[in-house]
Design a protein. Structure first.
Length: 163
């Protein structure tokens, strides 16, 4: 997939103009935060897992880690990330550009982690390792129809975005 596929997807929500493309890489949380000028916690990283034969994407704050106990309580199985090949197969995006947008229909279920609600905006990738979408939490939720809010991650208590 590509930024163009994500842009086409976001048109239905009138959010295509929220995509930002960078000259530098945004493939990791740290790189994305630098490129976008925000703190790492505001980067909405998208983690990909396999639950039985279904792929799930958990969109979470950039400073989080999956809490294995919470994950197992929610999904009834130990967390098992997709392989890089499976990531492309299930999401249509390569690692570094994985996002909750323009995924093949029926291939993934989207979950939004509660850690995203700490800040007024979140910046998920936009289909490439040098892009993001700058969204309010309400826009993120609206652009992920059918997504379920979950609490499966932990994070370090961090200074405010104004620090």
């Amino acid at each position: 997939m590509s930024v163009n596929a994500v842009k086409d997807y976001l048109k239905q929500f009138h959010l295509e103009d929220k995509i930002e493309e960078f000259q530098e890489s945004s493939a990791t949380v740290e790189l994305a935060a630098h490129a976008a000028g925000v703190i790492p916690a505001m980067i909405a990283k998208t983690l990909s897992f396999k639950v039985q034969d279904q792929a799930i994407l958990i969109v979470t704050g950039g400073d989080t880690k999956v809490d294995n106990r919470k994950y197992k309580e929610k999904f009834g199985i130990k967390a098992k990330m997709l392989t890089p090949d499976e990531v492309v197969e299930y999401t249509g995006h390569a690692i570094g550009g994985v996002c909750p947008y323009a995924n093949p229909v029926g291939k993934v279920k989207i979950f939004l982690d509660e850690s995203l609600r700490r800040y007024p905006m979140a910046l998920p990738a936009a289909g490439s390792p040098s892009s993001c979408v700058r969204l309010t939490i309400e826009e993120l939720e609206r652009s992920c129809p059918g997504a379920e809010w979950v609490d499966v991650c932990t994070w370090q208590k961090e200074s405010s975005p104004d620090s």
